[in-house]
Design a binder for this molecule. Structure first.
Ligand SMILES: Cc1cc2nc3c(=O)[nH]c(=O)nc-3n(C[C@H](O)[C@H](O)[C@H](O)COP(=O)(O)OP(=O)(O)OC[C@H]3O[C@@H](n4cnc5c(N)ncnc54)[C@H](O)[C@@H]3O)c2cc1C
Length: 361
């Protein structure tokens, strides 16, 4: 009987596992895939999450944060306007292939019992729990589900019975002479594409990552063709990797708990990637879920009480980010006639733009 089983070895799951293990509780971390591997992601790691990340990584891996390209500015290319917003504190651009592997290795080095290529098939009970996997059954007093936005354990919550528009995520690396040190977001009808410099094992490159409606584009060249400035810029690029893709992308209100199981990261809720806060929310919610369980492991409170604490803390500290992000998203899909004057206003009053970005942190 483990104190906790964490499902999913992404940023949320590893943050939870490391936090539990440091408190001396017994923990089993289960991951369906293997690391290192590429994931579709803009790889914008918000500055607000860097201190927590640095505390989670072990000493061998904090170098990743030091070597990361810093992003002190965001540029929004929309309707022929460029809106520049300072990113303060500066964000870091970190390739997920390195990032997820560093967190995984740090979990292993923190004496987390960690198994890759072990897919969780079902969870039974209300505490204790029985977790059935491709590698056998395991029991635990508590379960944290950090299996991402679209796993066999979260798809039903994400889909919610409604036929959704189909959105895709696409990513690839390119070389570009002297890339600008900014996160550049190119918006077009039916999607957007982010471009930012990234350090690829010591070599400079850029990450182009798009979120697009499936009926609008299904490849990165199709995406580049949707925005004149992006098309022009992409003519100077040489591919450095094969593209990777993911689908579907479904936004929903966060749900931090389900049947006594703590949900962390994207499995609790998927925030629109353009705010660049998904990784930060993942590590913060993973750590928070683990912290809320510690008094339960010590026998001071019941599991129900620990889950309630997590739900309340999540609603107070993390849910506001989802609300601010959906307000911003609604603004971007306003009719052009309303959007253009609004953007003009924002370019003239950068403090308002900065305030809006701050609300998504
Ligand atoms: C197009 C796009 C661009 C993005 N850009 C950014 C960005 O620039 N900045 C940012 O902060 N965020 C961005 N995000 C969001 C970010 O990628 C996620 O928020 C983040 O990866 C969430 O981490 P997680 O640990 O919750 O989930 P994941 O990283 O998805 O990890 C979940 C893990 O669970 C494992 N798993 C799934 N099912 C099972 C199972 N049954 N058993 C065992 N293991 C299982 C998976 O293999 C996976 O490794 C972007 C997302 C998309 C789609």
């Amino acid at each position: 009987m483990y104190d906790a089983i964490v499902i999913g070895g992404g940023p949320a799951g590893t943050a939870a596992a490391i936090t539990v293990a440091r408190m001396g509780a017994s923990i089993l971390l289960l991951e369906r895939g293997r690391f290192p591997r590429h994931k579709v992601c803009g790889e914008f790691v918000s500055g607000e999450s860097l201190a927590l990340l640095s505390s989670l990584l072990d000493s061998q891996h904090t170098v990743l944060l030091g070597e990361a390209v810093r992003i002190p500015q965001a540029r929004l290319f929309l309707d022929g306007t460029v809106l520049c917003i300072p990113v303060s504190p500066p964000a870091a651009s970190i390739a997920r292939v390195d990032f997820d592997a560093a967190l995984w290795d740090s979990a292993v080095n923190t004496r987390v019992e960690a198994r890759q290529q072990t897919s969780v098939q079902s969870i039974a009970g209300v505490g204790p729990f029985r977790v059935s996997t491709s590698g056998g059954n395991f029991d635990a007093r508590a379960v944290i589900n950090a299996s991402g936005r679209w796993s066999n354990l979260t798809a039903e919550m994400a889909f919610n019975g409604k036929p959704a528009e189909r959105w895709l995520g696409l990513k690839a690396y390119f070389s570009e002479p002297s890339p600008h040190a900014s996160a550049d977001l190119y918006f077009f009808d039916g999607g957007y594409c982010g471009v930012q410099p990234v350090n690829l094992s010591g070599n400079p490159g850029i990450n182009a990552c798009a979120m697009v409606r499936a009926d609008v584009a299904s490849t990165l060249p199709d995406v580049f063709a949707r925005h004149a400035a992006l098309r022009e810029r992409s003519l100077r690029w040489q591919p450095l990797s094969d593209p990777v893709s993911t689908s579907p992308l479904i936004f929903r209100r966060p749900q931090p708990e389900r049947d006594g199981i703590l949900m962390a990261g994207d499995s609790a809720g998927f925030v629109d990637p353009f705010v660049g806060d998904g990784i930060s929310l993942a590590v913060r919610s993973g750590s928070l879920a683990a912290e809320c369980l510690i008094p339960f492991f010590a026998g001071d409170i019941s599991l129900q009480h620990a889950v309630q604490r997590y739900r309340e803390s999540y609603d107070r500290r993390l849910a506001p980010v989802f609300r601010a992000s959906s307000t911003l998203r609604r603004m971007l899909v306003l009719p052009r006639a309303v959007r253009i004057p609004l953007l003009f206003l924002l370019t003239k009053t950068p403090s308002v733009a900065r305030y809006m970005v701050r609300k998504t942190r």
